[in-house]
Design a protein around this ligand. Structure first.
Ligand SMILES: *Cc1c(COP(=O)(O)O)cnc(C)c1O
Length: 230
């Protein structure tokens, strides 16, 4: 039996411990529960124990859960988002963490305009240039931000990344460090509506190193909920 409440407490304690060790304020690090395939009861348990951010990967799956969960929680889209789902996503989610192309940004902006809502986004960066992964290549990031900064109904408030999986966490660290470095480079440009305050990085396997390198949001699934449901 997976005890979700215990797992949540354990991960929260671990975040606090790592933060203290590297001289960071634990309050500056938020735990996002990556809840794909998990049911409403599991998510509600996590919220009861103190989780304030929930991440979902699929718009349809999220819609059903968001409708049923009434506790106040911030919903983050962390999966690849197709353009034709942009409007639904803009309506459902508080933050779209997976913005990685201009056509999608344009659709989100259009949706925001219609809904009378400024759409909060993070840009997902594919730092290792892995073909199998989504996210914009680092080389194209500044061009995208420049274009996106012209869209009035969209803000960019964070960066998100999923580094390659490595057993040895020291091989993952440089990716987190690079994302952190990009934050100051971007903010120095003072683009309209682009101000990076959040770094969403680190998952079950590597969140400790991500915190050491400046993560403000760690996205954890397995360590909270156990293995994903089929
Ligand atoms: C599933 C998922 C996570 C959580 O992964 P775990 O290894 O289970 O902690 C984090 N981020 C994204 C984008 C995911 O899809």
């Amino acid at each position: 039996m997976v005890n979700i409440a215990d797992n949540c407490r354990r991960v929260l304690a671990s975040i606090a411990e790592v933060a203290a060790k590297c001289g960071r304020n634990p309050a500056d690090i938020k735990l996002l529960a990556a809840a794909k395939t998990q049911d409403v009861a599991a998510i509600e348990t996590a919220i009861t124990v103190g989780i304030k951010l929930v991440g979902e990967n699929y718009v349809q799956e999220a819609a059903a859960k968001i409708e049923q969960i009434s506790q106040p929680v911030s919903w983050h889209m962390i999966g690849h988002l197709q353009r034709n789902k942009a409007k639904a996503a803009a309506e459902l989610f508080d933050v779209i963490e997976s913005l990685d192309n201009l056509p999608l940004a344009r659709e989100l902006d259009k949706a925001g305009r219609k809904l009378g809502k400024v759409v909060k986004t993070f840009v997902e960066v594919n730092l290792a240039g892995e073909e199998s992964k989504t996210g914009i290549a680092a080389a194209a990031l500044f061009g995208l931000l420049n274009d996106v900064s012209k869209l009035e109904y969209l803000t960019v408030e964070g960066l998100m990344t999923i580094p390659p999986y490595r057993e040895n966490l020291e091989e993952v660290r440089p990716y987190f460090r690079r994302l952190h470095g990009l934050q100051s480079e971007i903010n120095a440009l003072e683009l309209p509506r682009v101000n990076i305050t959040e770094l969403s990085m680190g998952m079950t396997h590597d969140f400790t190193v991500a915190i050491e390198e400046g993560a403000t949001i760690v996205r954890v699934g397995t360590a909270l909920f156990g293995p994903r449901k089929a």
